[in-house]
Design a protein around this ligand. Sequence first.
Ligand SMILES: [Zn+2]
Length: 79
Amino acid sequence: MGIFSKLKRDTAVVDVRDGATIDLRDADRPVWGFPSRCPECNAFGYLDRIDMRAQVMMQHCPTCFAKWETPRSVTIVEG
Ligand SMILES: [Zn+2]
């Protein structure tokens, strides 16, 4: 038995397909449950909390300390 037949036998199959798909046409829209870009400086925001009653994400910017709210209605909701 050669080394190549042993390597082939030990090869594990890893499925790297991702179940979640985001339409690239919506790339600029925020995703529900994930921090979005700062509206002031475009840095990555920090998601402070989600108000489930009001369906709003409360975020702030660690760079310029701006605060903003993102209503669920303007976000992409991943299935
Ligand atoms: Zn900012």
